[in-house]
Design a protein around this ligand. Structure first.
Ligand code: PMT
Length: 395
């Protein structure tokens, strides 16, 4: 798994920096090409020569030095199969979360398309500071894998949560992330996102509170696992994700047309979109003027895309529920002929519509029920894709 992989190992200025030497050595022994990038603070704790001796490769300590050695941050970023930052200080985590790229390590991370693992190490008080927690949550939401820290003795002599995880755990995470980073390669995954808008007149529509975040997280996670991804999205305020074919639609009918076309070569369809169940029967051609005290709109059913669309691909639906979560989801799984359904609890503000996090239960047609804790939408996406990969491979 590690043979012939290029690992960028970022070492920042925690006292645990000396442990990174063991990590560099073990990765090298496993056959990886290890390019070590040290922050200025890290070089005060361990010498670059240590890493150069262990990896047999140049060690980069500044943006300026890199231009002399010819190994710039873009080259490092482009050639990396994975980036591992161990140990990662609160400072490095904060700069990455803010998108600051003022040294070789942060510039490389900002420029890379490779997966990134972060192994934090710091005093427990810094780790528990809400700012650090928030920064880590942001990185997690962008798809970074965070390993640790663990509880134990800290450099200050205190005990608490802030100690770097064991090197073997970091190597296990590297293997796991590398395996995942290619498990959808050669597959075409179609994802829907956002809430459809059903016009009442040229100025108004029937809509819902979907922000598109869940669908975007799925599309980005599938892309990062090597899939060719088509994202069919109802209107959202989210920026267009790179490396993904984006098809913009407005109504349920338009979404159906786009889905039918896109699934022709697909391995899986994942419908995270909140599709309207009803649309105005006769949308007005001109803006409806305020006249009588009341207004009655006649609504008719929209096409049920998931039920209608047929093929040999894996079908995954969502069920946004405010009560009887599992029972309602189970009904939809059967009615719509799905392989999986993701039951989405929308009663909590941090779950479902608009939130950055989500709390879901995954049901399959064999009757298995997997309840996940509250996690970032990106992490939810990874867990769903873990299940999709299993189904795609056994189809
Ligand atoms: O976009 P976010 O703000 O991140 O919020 C995420 C979410 C809450 C929208 C998402 O996680 C979610 O639950 N999406 C499905 C919402 C929904 O429409 O659920 P439903 O129970 O009404 O529909 C069940 C399934 O059938 C869904 O997969 C839906 O896409 C699909 N459907 C629904 C109606 C219809 N006419 N055609 C469909 O294919």
């Amino acid at each position: 798994m590690l043979a012939d992989k290029t690992v960028v190992l970022g070492v920042s200025g925690s006292i645990a920096a000396y442990k990174a030497a063991d990590l560099a050595s073990k990765l090298t022994q496993a056959g990886a090409r290890v390019n070590v990038v040290m922050t200025e603070a890290a070089t005060r704790l361990v010498t670059p020569l240590t890493f150069r001796s262990l990896t047999g490769r140049p060690v980069i300590t500044s943006l300026w030095e890199s231009s002399e050695s010819g190994i710039g941050h873009i080259t490092l970023a482009d050639t990396a199969d994975i980036v591992v930052i161990a140990p990662a200080t609160a400072n490095v985590i904060a700069r990455l979360a803010a998108g600051i790229a003022d040294d070789m390590l942060t510039a490389t991370v900002l420029a890379t398309r490779a997966p990134v693992i972060i192994a934090p190490a710091m005093h427990a008080n810094m780790f528990h500071n809400p700012v650090t927690r928030d920064n880590l949550a942001r990185l997690r939401a962008r798809g970074f894998t965070i390993v640790g820290p663990v509880y134990g003795r800290l450099a200050s002599g205190d005990t608490g949560e802030g100690r770097l995880v064991e090197i073997e755990q970091i190597i296990d995470a590297v293997r796991e992330v590398l395996k995942r980073s290619a498990d959808l390669s050669g597959r075409h995954i179609v994802v829907t996102a956002g809430g459809t808008q059903e016009p009442i007149d040229p100025a108004r529509h029937i809509g819902n509170r979907s922000s598109g975040k869940m669908g975007h997280a799925l599309a980005e996670a599938a892309r990062d696992r090597g899939a060719e991804v088509t994202l069919i999205t109802a209107p959202t305020h989210l920026p267009e994700p790179a490396g993904i074919e984006v098809i913009r639609v407005r109504t349920a009918t338009e979404m159906r047309e786009a889905v039918v076309e896109a699934v022709k070569e697909a391995s899986a369809l994942i419908m995270a979109a909140a599709v309207a169940d009803y649309q105005p029967k006769n949308p007005a051609q001109a803006k409806i003027q305020k006249q009588s005290p009341g207004l009655t709109l006649e609504l008719v059913r929209t096409p049920d895309i998931l039920s209608e669309v047929k093929g040999s691909f894996i079908k995954v639906g969502f069920a946004a529920e405010s009560e009887d979560l599992v029972a309602n989801a189970r009904k939809k799984l059967a009615q719509k002929g799905l392989d999986l359904i993701v039951a989405n609890d929308i009663t909590e503000p941090e779950s479902g519509f608009g939130a950055d996090t989500n709390k879901v239960t995954i049901l399959d047609k064999q009757g298995n029920v997997e309840s996940l804790p509250l996690m970032s939408k990106r992490e939810v996406a990874e867990r769903i894709l873990d299940r999709v990969v299993g189904l795609v491979l056994t189809k």
